[in-house]
Design a binder for this molecule. Structure first.
Ligand SMILES: Nc1ncnc2c1ncn2[C@@H]1O[C@H](COP(=O)(O)OP(=O)(O)OP(=O)(O)O)[C@@H](O)[C@H]1O
Ligand SMILES: [Mg+2]
Length: 463
């Protein structure tokens, strides 16, 4: 566990309260106190504690009320009861209801120390298990990164160099170039590899939810916030936070993110305390953030904070010598997955792929190979299993004849553009973000073009 331990002490006896407070502070914990149940409930509502130490018998309620409130506000909080010797029975009752432990009065300081340490150990174990699960998931998802081309060798070298640095990293590149793989590799090769890597796709989460997703929230902060919840910054504490499609963050959220990067503390939505977090940011974008900065849609100060080190990923068409290796890699992957035996990829097929533009980059190549492996009925993959988008002639090699009366260039281009936009919408099932990605343009630019050509109004699509 990271950061300081927050403890709430609830006792109506002032001397006992002070005694526990001084002791816990002396142990290096951060402490709040409450003199009765209502005050304790107020604290629990508005703050988040690792440990609550509560007296059992108090005017206006019992330790059980505190326990119940702690459990409903934030279930991870560990509650320890203090009881008079005569009432151990009620303490045992409390344990049945989920209290972690109890101490009987009079107690020795060591007993408090032991019980708090044990409670913290329990929390730490829970956090470690969570982190182990995350890592296991990451390992499973962690795939080999292929690349023999000189530019990919540069990328690998760069990953090795930045991995152990603390600086934030911005991975840039067109859609499907492997930005996420790079982000995971940066985390996995660095000193933080034992800590969690937490990923969030800023374009996939509704704007009003991103803030609480990133920074957490307190119970009651908004409708539906029925428990205190740590945000991804807290979950990633000590590790890496992967902010995918960071260019999609609204200006309002950019301000909030900048503040966190500057202060290295977060405040949960609806909360009133700052918590220290130590998180490395790896961000990714397929937009030209420098251009967004120039346009005023991305904050310059945030851009410089995120872009301490940039790892630019070249589009696949600029590293065609990687194509055969990637094809082999994906053939192995999918023939195993689909339980097929594939002995070879025909030369015409490889030639065709080497000549193709790959607007969707490695992801597109992967999809093409997966499709081909699924379709083929022999041990060889040949051109007949390629999709029309690859086999159809590219415009670059198409000859255009201009009639003597001339053409209307603007109209022709718009017509062509419209066909591509509609086709992309069709192929993406009407999901505009995906359609934009297919065409290698930003969502914003895609929307602008739809409006410009009046395609928007033709259909009732969303997304
Ligand atoms: N060098 C590579 N070696 C092997 N597989 C790769 C490589 N680059 C990308 N891939 C694969 O291609 C797919 C797309 O990669 P990834 O998701 O990292 O791209 P991206 O740049 O994040 O795309 P987007 O901008 O669309 O989010 C993934 O399945 C990934 O495993
Ligand atoms: Mg991605």
């Amino acid at each position: 566990m990271s950061g300081e331990t927050r403890i709430l002490i609830v006792d109506d006896e002032r001397s006992m309260q002070e005694f526990l407070e001084i002791f816990c502070r002396g142990e290096g914990h951060s402490v709040e106190t409450a003199g009765d149940v209502p005050e304790a409930l107020l604290w629990l509502e508005n703050d988040d504690f690792d440990v609550v130490i509560t007296d059992m018998q108090m005017p206006g309620g019992t330790g059980l009320d505190v326990l119940r409130a702690a459990q409903s506000e934030s279930p991870e909080t560990v509650v320890v009861m203090i009881t008079a010797f005569a009432s151990t029975e009620s303490a045992i009752q409390a344990m049945k209801h989920g209290a972690y432990d109890y101490i009987t009065k009079p107690f020795k300081l060591d007993e408090i120390r032991v019980v708090v340490d044990k409670a913290l150990e329990k929390k730490k174990l829970a956090a470690e298990n969570q982190s182990l699960r995350t890592q296991l998931g990451a390992q499973i998802r962690q795939r080999a990164m292929i690349g023999a081309s000189a530019c990919m060798q540069d990328v690998f070298e760069m990953i090795g160099k930045v991995a152990s640095a603390k600086a934030n990293v911005l991975v840039t590149g067109e859609s499907g170039t492997g930005k996420e793989i790079v982000a995971r590799a940066v985390h996995a090769s660095g000193e933080r590899c034992d800590a969690p890597l937490v990923a969030i796709n800023c374009s996939a989460i509704p704007e009003n939810l991103i803030e609480s997703e990133l920074f957490g929230h307190m119970k009651g902060a908004f409708t539906g916030a029925d428990q205190n919840k740590p945000g991804l910054f807290e979950v990633a504490d000590g590790g890496t936070l992967f902010l995918d499609e960071v260019g999609e963050l609204t200006l309002a959220l950019q301000v909030k993110l900048l503040r966190v990067l500057q202060e290295k503390t977060i405040r949960r939505v609806g909360g009133n305390t700052d918590r220290a977090v130590d998180v490395r940011i790896v961000a990714a974008t397929n937009q030209r953030l420098d251009e967004e900065v120039a346009k005023g849609t991305f904050r310059e100060d945030l851009y410089y904070r995120l872009n301490v080190i940039e790892i630019p990923l070249p589009p696949l068409r600029q590293r065609a010598d990687d194509i055969p290796l990637l094809v082999q890699h994906f053939v192995e992957k999918y023939s195993e997955e689909l339980d097929k035996r594939i002995d070879c990829v025909s030369k015409p097929m490889l030639d065709r792929l080497m000549a193709y533009e790959f607007p969707g980059n490695v992801r597109e190549l992967e999809n093409i190979v997966e499709r081909a492996v699924a379709l083929t009925t022999t041990c060889t993959i040949d051109v007949d299993s390629l999709p029309p988008s690859v086999t159809q002639q590219s415009l670059a090699t198409t000859e255009f004849k201009i009639p003597s009366e001339g053409v209307d260039l603007t109209r022709m281009i718009e017509e062509f553009e419209g066909r591509l936009l509609r086709e992309a919408l069709r192929n993406s099932g009407g999901v505009k973000k995906r359609a934009a990605r297919m065409l290698g343009i930003s969502f914003r630019s895609f929307r602008y073009r739809l409006e410009k050509l009046g395609i928007e109004s033709e259909r009732g699509t969303e997304g």
